[in-house]
Design a protein around this ligand. Structure first.
Ligand SMILES: C[S@@+](CC[C@H](N)C(=O)[O-])C[C@H]1O[C@@H](n2cnc3c(N)ncnc32)[C@H](O)[C@@H]1O
Length: 238
């Protein structure tokens, strides 16, 4: 039996119109859709985006990824999920593993792909890029990420402002994802760096309740929702 293909599909940041034609057309052909189950509900959002594009009778399977930083627990979960995916593909079924935004940008897809590759080289894997959260965010906020000779750097705020301090002197614009948990500490660092009025907070981009805060000084205390990122533009453009 011919082995199925795994498609790592980015479904865009939330607005159902921001899925690509290629993602839509590929989704029409798969037999199984894998989506990560999570407490943040971003993955059920990915399911909602893809559902209108699936052929009838497609199975949607949730993969469990524990919310922990314990590397050995995570490693075991990635391996287990990779095995579930491999089993489906070995039945000759094509499958999609869907991701909010882009599958190679801070996504569980990367970990599962690595585990599949550790186990076997024979599975065909194709990746369909998605519009990232920060591309949609910069469009909503009207903020230029880079122009001319400028650079921009994408970092995670999951550990607080540690990464921000590392890159701030060597780049023109910083995009910071995963800011919600350590927002207060990140805010205080931006305040110390005199960058609060150059920092735009974008929450729930493309979704009901989207919020764009052009000057985060206006909301120093309120914690943003999980789907939030910051764009920190050090200089005025132009
Ligand atoms: C695990 S990362 C996923 C990134 C995603 N793969 C991408 O390409 O943008 C989750 C983070 O992405 C950002 N994010 C995702 N969707 C968003 C949205 N609709 N609005 C604002 N931020 C979003 C938030 O910073 C969130 O904490």
């Amino acid at each position: 039996m011919e082995i199925g293909t795994l498609f790592g599909i980015g479904v865009g940041p939330g607005d159902p119109d921001l899925i690509t034609l290629k993602a839509m057309n590929t989704l029409k052909g798969v037999d199984v859709v894998f989506a990560a189950a999570s407490t943040t509900n971003s993955h059920s959002l990915a399911e909602k985006i893809v559902t209108p594009h699936l052929k009838e009778g497609v199975l949607i399977k949730r993969l469990n990824f524990p919310m922990t930083r314990d590397r050995s627990i995570l490693d075991a979960a990635w391996r287990e999920n990779a095995e579930i995916v491999i089993k489906t593909l070995k039945k000759g079924q094509d499958a999609a593993l869907i991701t909010l935004g882009d599958p190679l940008t801070y996504s569980t897809f990367g970990y599962v792909m690595a585990k599949i590759r550790e186990t076997t080289e024979e599975i065909p894997i194709k990746i369909i890029p998605g519009i990232t959260s920060y591309q949609a965010g910069s469009a909503s906020a009207g903020v230029i990420l880079a122009e001319g000779e400028e650079s921009f750097t994408v970092i995670s705020g999951a550990l607080g402002s540690e990464n921000l301090k590392k890159v701030i002197d060597s780049t023109d614009t910083v995009v910071m994802l995963k800011v919600y948990r350590n927002y207060k500490e990140i805010f205080n660092t931006l305040h110390e760096l005199d960058l609060t009025d150059r920092s735009v907070l974008i929450s729930k981009c493309g979704l009901e309740g989207e919020m764009v805060c052009q000057d985060i000084k206006e909301r120093p205390d309120s914690l943003p929702p999980y789907l939030s990122h910051l764009i920190i533009k050090k200089k005025n453009s132009g």
